[in-house]
Design a protein around this ligand. Structure first.
Ligand code: MN
Length: 506
């Protein structure tokens, strides 16, 4: 995962010259304290640096230009400490391209009932100053997060953190490169999509390489590197006896290590943040990449099988959003159902490629035949996902816009052992219940490929969708099918119309 240590959030504080120099000095001192208080709270992933006091249209325009040009500023927090007439903000906000959070706070938590006078009132005016800015941003149609409450309150800081994580994932997507080895699985609809529109709207590029380019890199891996990698596997995982050194299938492990090392080199050299492959195009590869994909995902690379570049990009974004949080995020597929009435379950898995970040067990490293793709038996890590609250997210191309669909689920330990199932898996109960969740997902056109997350909430994904201009659709404990269907009809209209208007420059 890329280094975040130099990245920051900027705090720009609004005021005006009406109140005199001394008032502005106090505002500025407070702004410094708020920025450092938020940074030092330990509740927000990135530091907040105070960037300046905005008191004139020229200042505001300049600071917005600076934010756009900065490689380290991933988002801007605005707070109107006093009243700051919002017409001053028009030209700046018109050009600001960074994610925006409107922090509706006040320096003092409490009203000093015994001493409050008009000087205090004039200095602490965010109650109406922020409404003035809010009006303008709504009139201008600016997407932003709004966080309300005292800045020292942990809940407020946690909401800023949620936005900060979404802004970081957005920052990560801008200019990101994803590589596809081979094209889409033949005839599959939902994994297709408009890569030009994605690059224009979402900022990342998706380009293809013939699998031969990867094979070249894999062939160049040295025996020494392969040996070291096999030793690492032995140290980290429960290796099937045949796979160990001297075992009958040790050569399969060596081949898997060779694939992992070559694939990682290819991704590093190309500066890629994620990749897709397809079992229909493996020319020159001896195995379908299994453990290689699993371990690269754990390192932070996005992945989508069968050419699914949208899920690869989403897995990457969700891994970035979740930096430092306990639990994991993985490529996933709704695979098989348990349809016992009243206890319906979904078994999620894939042919091989589930990320070990979602397990609390030591994975077992195994080799088994794969009756798809016609290659040698691939090595894979096998484990159960940890139980607990989780969600599945799917990024779909609706033709005229992108939709982010999320279903909250409760992951459980498999009710019985699965001794013959040679792949990693997660078992969950979807909310609000199996019938509604599946019907709503299908009605919303959600994919069978998702990113399964144990550590992100709807707030993260909704925040991300707001920044990215994605339609956000949730299936959760409150979902009622008829309301959901009605909501989808309205959203179809809104996003369809919005896309058309944007294309005609309106
Ligand atoms: Mn699949």
């Amino acid at each position: 995962m890329n280094e975040t240590s130099n990245l920051r959030i900027w705090l720009i504080v609004g005021s005006q010259h009406l109140y005199g120099t001394q008032a502005l000095q106090e505002v500025e001192a407070h702004a410094h304290q708020v920025a450092s208080g938020l940074s030092e709270s330990g509740n927000i992933l990135l530091p907040i640096s105070y960037h300046g006091l905005a008191t004139t249209p020229e200042d505001i325009h300049r600071m917005c230009l600076e934010a756009n040009a900065s490689h380290t500023c991933i988002g801007v927090i605005l707070w109107m400490h006093t009243f700051s007439p919002a017409k001053m903000w028009i030209n700046g906000l018109k050009i600001l391209r960074k994610p925006l959070l409107h922090l509706h706070t006040q320096f003092n938590r409490d009203i000093p009932w015994g001493t409050i006078d008009m000087d205090f009132m004039n200095l602490n005016q965010s109650a109406h100053g922020d409404r003035e800015l809010g009006h303008l941003m709504t009139r201008m149609g600016i997407n932003r997060a709004i966080v309300v409450g005292h800045w020292r309150q942990p809940e407020v800081q946690q909401q800023i953190d949620v936005w900060c994580r979404a802004a970081l994932a957005w920052h990560d997507w801008q200019g990101a490169r994803f590589v596809r080895f081979g094209d889409n699985m033949r005839q599959v609809a939902v994994t297709e999509g408009d890569k030009v529109e994605a690059e224009y709207r979402l900022g990342f590029s998706v380009n293809t390489h013939g699998v031969g380019d990867l094979v070249k890199e894999i062939s160049a891996v040295s025996e020494k590197e392969i040996h070291e990698c096999c030793e690492l596997y032995d140290a980290l995982y429960r290796l099937q006896p045949e796979l160990r050194k001297g075992g009958a299938k040790h050569a399969s492990l060596q081949e898997a290590a060779r694939i992992e090392l070559g694939l990682r080199k290819f991704l590093q050299q190309g500066g890629y943040k994620g990749f897709t492959d397809t079992f229909e195009d493996l020319h020159g590869l001896k195995q379908l990449p299994g453990i290689a994909v699993q371990r690269l995902m754990q390192e932070g690379y996005g992945f989508g099988a069968e050419g699914d570049w949208k899920t690869a990009a989403l897995v990457r974004a969700m891994k970035v959003m979740a930096i430092g949080l306990p639990g994991g995020n993985s490529f996933m597929e709704d695979y098989t159902y348990h349809l016992e009435p009243g206890n319906e379950l979904v078994l999620g898995a894939h042919m091989l490629e589930v990320c070990p970040s979602i397990t609390d067990q030591q994975p077992s490293c195994e080799v088994h035949p794969l009756h798809i793709g016609g290659k040698d038996d691939p090595v894979r890590l096998v484990f159960n996902a940890a139980p607990g609250p989780a969600l599945n997210a799917s990024l779909v191309d609706m033709g005229n816009h992108f939709r982010l669909l999320v279903n909250e689920v409760e992951a459980i330990r498999p009710p019985q052992s699965l001794p013959k199932l040679p792949v990693a898996r997660a078992v969950w109960k979807p909310y609000p219940n199996f019938q509604t969740a599946c019907a709503a997902w299908i009605l919303a056109g959600g994919a069978h490929h998702t990113c399964f997350s144990q550590n992100l909430t709807q707030a993260h994904l909704r925040g991300f969708a707001t920044i990215a201009g994605l339609e956000y659709v949730a299936i959760d404990q409150q979902t009622q099918f008829e309301n959901f269907a009605e909501q989808l009809r309205w959203k179809e209209l809104y996003y369809g119309l919005k896309g058309m208007l944007q294309k005609s420059g309106i």
